[in-house]
Design a binder for this molecule. Sequence first.
Ligand code: SAH
Ligand code: DHB
Ligand code: MG
Length: 222
Amino acid sequence: MSSEPWIAADLYLHGLFTPEDAALTHATASSASAGLPSIAVTPSQGKWLHLQARAIGAKRILELGALGGYSTIWLARALRAGGVVVSLELEPKHAEVAQRNIHHAGLSDRVQIRVGPALESLAGLVAEGATPFDLIFIDADKPSYPDYLTWALKLSRPGTVIIADNVVRSGKVADDTCTDANVQGARRFNAMLAAEPRVGATVLQTVGEKGHDGFAFAVVER
Ligand code: SAH
Ligand code: DHB
Ligand code: MG
């Protein structure tokens, strides 16, 4: 048990804003019992993603990294009628658990999981001439974040919102001597995003159940 005040505050906030939800509780429990790592977004973060999608009236959402489908469920529930979440997941086992959890949540008709390396699936989407997405959530392997940004921009239009998880990593992202590949990926991603003339972007640090991290938020402007 940690005594960090932000953990107690997160539990308090979850009690207020994200009360018990059968489908999400099931997704979390079945992911844990299948041995998936417990690295999904927190309830508050999931609802925040959901509300971002609702605020822009998203009809097409692209997710990189499904894990057990926890964030996928939050995003799929935000879709306007006829909308779709396309979620890219490397691990067949994660994709299977996610698919089951999404089915259990009654969302199978609006979620498509593509199994394989996200870079290949992204190239496939571009090759297919996929309609640009309204919201893109980047949450797969961190070293590939810079490449994911390049592909995300190809699958965007002016107005597309791009959100990326885990871009602060307990503040390690400020350390240019850090050798952790995840931190280096986040550093390169942040630098690329900040210098990208086609987007307006910022990073908000977060603290809570999952410790100290942050979300990048960008709007494609041209
Ligand atoms: N978005 C999820 C958490 C994702 S965890 C949630 O919040 O609920 C990161 C996921 O990215 C893991 O399931 C991992 O298997 C997947 N991943 C790792 N490398 C990948 C790659 N190259 N392509 C696609 N997915 C990848
Ligand atoms: C971790 C957390 C994440 O949100 C993620 O997507 C991947 C890894 C982690 O804390 O290790
Ligand atoms: Mg994450």
